[in-house]
Design a protein around this ligand. Structure first.
Ligand SMILES: Nc1ncnc2c1ncn2[C@@H]1O[C@H](C[S@+](CC[C@H]([NH3+])C(=O)[O-])CC(=O)[O-])[C@@H](O)[C@H]1O
Ligand SMILES: O=C(O)C(=O)Cc1ccccc1
Length: 248
């Protein structure tokens, strides 16, 4: 796994963060060293896929990057599910397709279809399990409600959405404490203060966190019946949103 050194030297001008070839090359290292709890969330996505994925339905991994969640989900779902891995970054999709081709053709597992598309435009239907793992934070705020409503409408009774996000806090003391703890986490993982500062500048207008309450309210409005935050590590959190079984 190639080490992320993208922001290690001083940049004259730090441009806006993009999921380009340079980022794709180091992405697994970057995300593991930058997101506290990332490995725990992935492990639980695998467990949740086993519980929520239903036979003859679609499973969606929206903003799939290099397919970390997709590949874990594939091991857990019924063989007659179709897993749709969607990302709009050409470099990500290209690398994921290579990865899937090179992995041995497995028999007895669900098919993965990779799509290069904007998740806000992507048609979804007959879905039992949908994953938005650290993706909604990159979608313009005014498009988030429509996306979550489209997801809720596509989910069958008893199905679920897993939403993980970087979150912010109304309380200034909490915001500053959890932000500091996140920076300590990055430092402990080998990032310098320069790397942390330059990446923060690059992400400033690209990664837009919201509060836990904003997420909960929006998921309820979108049509989910049970909205349960289940994980938080510093300023990263994950929520499970479930559609009720239909009353028989
Ligand atoms: N509008 C959009 N449409 C499609 N994809 C998008 C859009 N906006 C951003 N992306 C994609 O969302 C992904 C976010 S990374 C997800 C990690 C992964 N889920 C993981 O479990 O490893 C999280 C992070 O980098 O912090 C990138 O691959 C973007 O190209
Ligand atoms: O929020 C941050 O400071 C991050 O670094 C998160 C992140 C991780 C990987 C790609 C983009 C943003």
């Amino acid at each position: 796994m190639k080490r992320d050194r993208i922001y290690s030297l001083p940049h004259d001008r730090v441009g806006s963060f993009a999921f380009d070839e340079q980022v794709v090359e180091v992405f697994p290292d970057m995300i593991a060293r930058s997101v506290p709890g990332y490995a725990s969330i992935l492990a639980m996505i695998q467990q949740l896929a086993a519980r929520f994925a239903q036979a003859k339905t679609n499973v969606y991994d929206l903003g799939c990057s290099l397919g970390a969640a997709t590949l874990l989900i594939q091991r857990q779902v019924p063989q007659d599910c179709v897993i749709h891995a969607v990302d709009n970054a050409p470099a990500m999709v290209e690398r994921l397709q290579m990865k899937l081709q090179h992995s041995e053709r497995q028999t007895g597992v669900a098919e993965v279809r990779v799509h290069q598309a904007d998740v806000c435009q992507f048609p979804m239907t007959n879905a039992s399990f949908v994953v938005l793992n650290l993706t909604l934070q990159f979608i313009p705020k005014d498009q988030r409600a429509a996306l979550l409503t489209a997801i809720a409408d596509a989910i069958v009774p008893g199905g679920a959405l897993l939403l993980s996000e970087k979150i912010c806090f109304d309380d200034l003391g909490q915001q500053s404490l959890l932000n500091d703890l996140h920076h300590d986490f990055k430092r402990a993982n080998g990032y310098s203060d320069l790397e942390i500062a330059q990446k923060r500048t690059a992400l400033e207008d690209r990664l837009l966190p919201e509060t836990m309450q904003t997420h909960i309210d929006r998921l309820e409005t979108a049509g989910f019946d049970c909205v349960a935050p289940w994980f938080q590590c510093f300023n990263f959190a994950s929520i499970l949103a479930v559609k009720a079984e239909s009353a028989a």
